[in-house]
Design a protein around this ligand. Sequence first.
Ligand code: NAI
Length: 328
Amino acid sequence: MAKKVAWFDVSEFDKKYFEDKDLDMSITFFEEPLNEKTAELAEGFDAVSVFINSDLNREVLETLDIDIVACRSTGFDHVDLEAADEMDVTVCNVPEYSSNTVAEHTFALLLSVSRKLYSAINKVKDGSFDHEGLRGFDLKGKTFGVVGTGSIGKHAIRIAKGFQMDVIAYDPFPDHEAAEEIGFDYVDFDEIVETSDVISLHCPLNEHTEHMFSDEEFKKMDGTVLINTSRGGLVETESLIKAIDRGDVRAAGLDVLEDECGLSEDIDYLGEMEEKCDLQTILHDHILIKRDDVVVTPHNGFNSEEALERLISTTIENLEDLANPVNN
Ligand code: NAI
């Protein structure tokens, strides 16, 4: 069990959570993410808790003298696991805290696109109450194509069924029991690409899935809506812009963008941005953001009160019992 924890990237929500909690460990908050610039703050602590903005590469881990890294996230690609293993540092994650939350955000994006909510709201704020340019489309009866039927994908499918959409899905590891129980069909990837009215991405980013949607796939579409709450790198950004221009993609709702770290306010200067991301992709991200037929949110899918409470309480369990280790 951790005794002294340095809690990086703290939010007001985190602080409030701890106000009435009586824990057997002492927790010190730091506003900053943990990285090479801030590593010295962790001196004297036996554990750190970090959010996804932190960067625990080998050099950073080497400067720390800790036993536990408690990630306040499902993903742990910001921690060098190999280095942590060598140093006998246990890394824990929070395997599931926001599945329904991200799935709900998927539909927030889809409804924003289908009912042109952003334009409609802005029009009213600008004092206009007419319908010009605001005609949307129904979800009922449309085909919802899901790529990745893990926790979030399955929640999204259940919501889609509530809208009376027809659901098809692709996953290299299909869950036939869930398909039977919820009522959807597994098809091959090409069928998803060619026949879906809406494609929603819920699979991890890895060497097999990077740019799984690029020119070749977009050219097989015909007015499809693309929703991505998963990872920006699944989609080749310039190809998406061209596909929307051609009409192959009708509109997009994106919670994640390729190289989105380059859009963060934490980046101080162009050189740092160039080191971490591809400047051409950042430019394309900005082009997408400005379009009326694209709705972008800032990787905010997980961000609900309930999900954050689950995130913090599981992180405490991880610090107390080393639950949910991802190494060692
Ligand atoms: P999960 O691990 O439960 O499900 C992922 C599914 O993707 C699995 O069923 C797996 O078999 C499938 N898959 C793997 N390779 C595939 C491929 N090539 N094609 C199609 N499917 C493939 O993960 P979960 O919890 O559902 O999360 C999905 C993704 O959502 C995460 O990888 C993460 O990138 C993203 N996410 C986004 C958040 C946000 O705030 N926007 C928050 C949390 C997760």
